[in-house]
Design a binder for this molecule. Structure first.
Ligand SMILES: [Zn+2]
Length: 249
């Protein structure tokens, strides 16, 4: 097994000093495994599994939370657990298509600086959010806000890796949604960013169970928020072809 330190160096995670692997390598903002939304299942992560993921192709993600400074105490802790659950789930959802999630970094925009974008009211406002803010690194910028009206998340289909371009980010969802719903939307929007379209037309749903069980079916079409997260091999090829995808460590 490759050394964990070598893997951390490969994905650009700091290895000096004392660090929590659950924070710095797994990317959990609370430094621990988030609770499972399905209480019949025990949440677990595997260091060996993650190392294997990162020996294959992978992407880095910047999770940018907007307006979370309006929350405190247990509300804020639950919000962080919700963000961590999206990180936990997207790894599991993308793994069958051999696309790992590497470095996860957390950034924030305070309410006072957000110009109202902590509460998204339109597609234009979502576009403005990722146009106005970028993290200047090789990770995908995925924003999570306090509320969204009229839709659940938004992303350019095949976003750009040029951080000076307007289509360099996506809106992963809003934090007041239950973990299973938010995490599905988060993975769905990253799928769009990596180049995937819906597997159905606008205002339609797939007609087959298999179609309704795919990640790229909109939430309103999904049979189960937890289980309707399948990616086809063709989608896997498309995703792994995106400019943001890194080769294996
Ligand atoms: Zn969509």
């Amino acid at each position: 097994m490759a050394s964990v330190k070598a893997i951390m160096n490969c994905i650009g995670v700091e290895t000096s000093g004392t660090r929590s692997l659950l924070f710095s390598l797994f990317g959990f903002i609370r430094g621990r495994v988030p609770p499972e939304a399905d209480t019949t299942v025990t949440a677990q992560v595997s260091l060996l599994q993650l190392v294997r993921d990162l020996q294959g192709q992978h992407i880095h993600i910047n999770v940018i939370r907007v307006g979370f400074d309006s929350m405190t105490g247990t509300t804020l802790d639950a919000a962080f657990a919700n963000l961590d659950y999206s990180i936990y789930r997207i790894r599991n959802i993308y793994r069958p298509q051999s696309l790992g999630i590497g470095r996860v970094e957390h950034y924030f925009i305070d309410q006072a600086d957000a110009n109202g974008r902590d509460n998204i009211g339109s597609d234009d406002e979502a576009n403005a959010l990722w146009n106005e803010w970028s993290v200047q690194n090789d990770g995908l910028d995925v924003f999570v806000v306090l509320s969204i009206s009229g839709f659940l998340g938004l992303s350019p289909v095949e976003g750009t890796c040029d951080k000076s371009d307007k289509d360099d980010g996506s809106l992963g969802g809003h934090i007041t949604r239950p973990p299973e719903g938010l995490s599905r939307t988060f993975a769905h929007e990253v799928g769009h960013f990596l180049g995937l379209d819906h597997n159905h037309g606008d205002g339609d749903c797939p007609t087959t169970t298999a179609g309704q069980n795919r990640l790229m079916a909109q939430t309103g079409c999904a049979i189960s928020l937890r289980n309707s997260v399948n990616l086809t091999n063709t989608e896997g090829v498309d995703m792994r072809d995106h400019c943001s995808v890194k080769s294996g460590c």
